[in-house]
Design a protein around this ligand. Sequence first.
Ligand code: FJE
Ligand code: FE
Length: 293
Amino acid sequence: MARIARNIVKSVLSREQMDGEGARVYRSIGSHALRNLDPFLMLDEFDVKAPGGFPDHPHRGFETVTYMLEGEFLHEDFKGHKGHLGPGDLQWMSAAKGIVHAEIPATNGRAHGLQLWVNLAAKDKMSEPNYQEFPKEKVVHVSPEPGVNVNVIAGESHGAHSPVMTRTPTMFIDVKMMKGKTFEQQIPTDYAGFIYTISGSAKFGGSKHASEAHHTLVLSENQGDHIPVESLSDDCHFVIIAGKPIREPIVQYGPFVMNTQQEIYQAFADYDRGRNGFEGARDWQSSIRNKWH
Ligand code: FJE
Ligand code: FE
């Protein structure tokens, strides 16, 4: 069968905005221009300096994937789960029926990373929450050639397989390239996907779309099975994210993402009354919420 390259069908430049409490983010998926790209609900490149952060807040109905690029982040949830993320560390959290947590910088320096929200199918939305934590040493790395370095967050690249389990079939590849290098990533033909550019410049796709930092590039769904890349600078850094569309209705209200309006009312009621996964939520406060106050 002939191999078909994906192309770039849409390009959107993110501008920095504020979210949480004084936290600076570049919003990719989830911005007005890119409401969602099934199965993805949001991708933020966060660049947070204390006292900014994301103090105590709930989630239901999806997964959050936090991947640190620089600096350090603290995490604490209402079931006593605590974490400390440093550069290259990965946390894949399935909030499912309910998590309440705080995410804030661990030090006075810049905390820079990516947070991806992956939707869950109706059958998985009310599952038990689950954490997978991978320190940098356990994040699978592959270098297909000198000057091309790939971290396989989820899925597979050049024979390297990520051990991360994803309830929604997902691929998440972090690529750094030196100038003048080429790279190809295989993408399952039934996945929808995008590229988010962190720094540098490169040409992406069969039609060689040139792009620079902070752009979201939506990939064509033309049965293409791979995306070719040619780097144009030494600091070229981007992520390729793709997944199998869920094709169910999405009703989102902030941190709750369900299939119907009724289920959103239920999520608010459950959070308020401490039920159906939010047991103890009402009386809980993280110990880190006041670290910088
Ligand atoms: C959120 C309040 C929030 N982008 N990037 C309201 F705190 C959040 C939220 C985040 C978030 C957290 C991290 Cl660690 C990184 C983020 C938003 O938790 F999404 C809304 N709507
Ligand atoms: Fe959160």
